[in-house]
Design a protein around this ligand. Sequence first.
Ligand code: KGT
Length: 287
Amino acid sequence: MLAAVGQLCSTNNVARNTALCVSLIRRAAAARCAILYLPEAADFIADAKEVPKLSEPLDTSEFVRRVRAQAKESAMWVGVGVHEKATQDKCYNTNLLISPDGEIAEAYRKLHLFDVKHSGPSGGIMMESNTTIPGDKLLDPVETPIGKIGLLTCYDLRFPEVGLSLRRRGAQVLCYPSAFTIKTGAPHWEVLLRARAIENQCYVLAPAQIGQHSPSRQTYGHAMIIDPWGGVLAQASDRPPKFPPPDEGDEDAGTFVMTEVDLDWLEQMRREMPLWEQRREDVYPIL
Ligand SMILES: O=C(O)CNC(=O)[C@H](CS)NC(=O)CCC(=O)C(=O)O
């Protein structure tokens, strides 16, 4: 079974981002992938003040409708991060897993919001909670042809507890659709992804936003797929597309990378190194 992760540079033009995601789904299906995971905020990346007017509830979002329709037409699983309207001025940061019949199998609302204050010359303030309400639950992993997928998002990657909890609930694959900053991505992105794969003995799908989204927003890219032994099996180009994107002919600006998923190998690895049987519940709490 082939799994793919997407990489693109979403802007505040939702129609453009929709066409890009639909094109990526078609191309991944043509490559015979069983699933394509698209990044966090694939519907748009915009300044905080634009977020309320661009966010939509899942059932009226044209972006979600088109992605679901293409998943169905391509008969492929699709994961994608969107802004789900919650109130007049706030949204949830939602990771959708869509089944090949176009239905939303699961919708996970990001638990940990990216509120940070970096000091120093390349510093800056990011306050996701200005626009976003955190979710309040972890979901059971979803059974798919590439294994049971546990849903998380971006900054959740820094909290090993949620990965461990999903592994305990049966996850064989962890997904982290992301939009990492360049400052944190360079030192932390790959290290954290590989650590989560190794400690949980899971495949890790890490779709990513890349490049210049607006004059004030830039992301790190480096979408990748990690195997349960910690190896980087696939990694997307680190060359960001041009900003601003051209008015036309931009549908192929996104990219994806794919790899084979081998669940027999994963289960063998877990038998040979039975971490979950060796935990010391008598000494520390078990997640
Ligand atoms: O909603 C949007 O506009 C897109 N969402 C994001 O960019 C989110 C919230 S601001 N980014 C992260 O969580 C980065 C985490 C990160 O970079 C780290 O953990 O170091």
